[in-house]
Design a protein around this ligand. Structure first.
Ligand code: RDL
Ligand code: RDL
Length: 153
């Protein structure tokens, strides 16, 4: 099994390094990593990870900025990532941390790390332990901030 990691230089947190570290803690799988300038460059890089570097799943890590232009970019990048998944029949886990989700730089760094690490575990589960996710169905999982939890307790 091989996991592809694609992150950006636009991000203010080294999300790629965190993803690689977290994956290594949970599985002995091969990891391929590449870094692109920004979120709109993620889709083709992820597709190449799948088609040219034989990755079984890819993590697309990015940080949309806080202004409207950035949110538009993130939406476009998201659509590209979905298209790349459909073209290749392969999961690309989109890990976007919007700069304005956090109240300050400390929280932004914390949030980016936690969301990245939690989605790295999801990526490992998707390719190696899919039954583990079935066990978590309907439990209100979130990545980064606290889980929402099940609606009925
Ligand atoms: O292909 C080159 C760039 O267009 C691409 O890297 C963009 O994703 C860069 N970019 C923006 O142009 C922008 O207005 C980014 C953002 N906003 C953003 O919020 N986050 C990014 N890139 O990762
Ligand atoms: O209501 C606050 C947040 O829960 C909400 O803004 C979410 O949509 C935040 N979020 C993203 O914006 C995103 O791009 C989340 C993820 N990705 C994610 O992967 N996991 C989350 N939230 O729990």
């Amino acid at each position: 099994m091989k996991i592809g990691i694609v992150d950006t230089t636009f991000s203010r947190v080294n999300m790629g390094a965190m993803a690689v570290d977290e994956i290594k803690r949970h599985a002995s799988v091969a990891v391929e990593r590449v870094t692109v300038p920004g979120v709109k460059d993620l889709p083709v890089a992820c597709k190449k990870m799948i088609e040219e570097r034989a990755c079984d799943i890819v993590m697309a890590l990015g940080m949309p900025g806080g202004v409207d232009k950035d949110k538009m970019c993130a939406h476009e990048a998201s659509q590209g990532l979905i298209k790349a998944q459909l073209m290749t029949n392969t999961h690309i886990i989109e890990v976007f941390v919007h700069e304005d989700e956090a109240k300050d730089e400390n929280e932004l760094a914390w949030l980016a790390e936690r969301r990245t690490r939690e989605h790295a575990v999801n990526a490992v589960k998707l390719i190696l332990y899919p039954e583990a996710l079935v066990k978590e169905a309907g439990t209100g999982q979130r990545q980064g901030f606290d889980d929402a939890g099940p609606a009925r307790r």
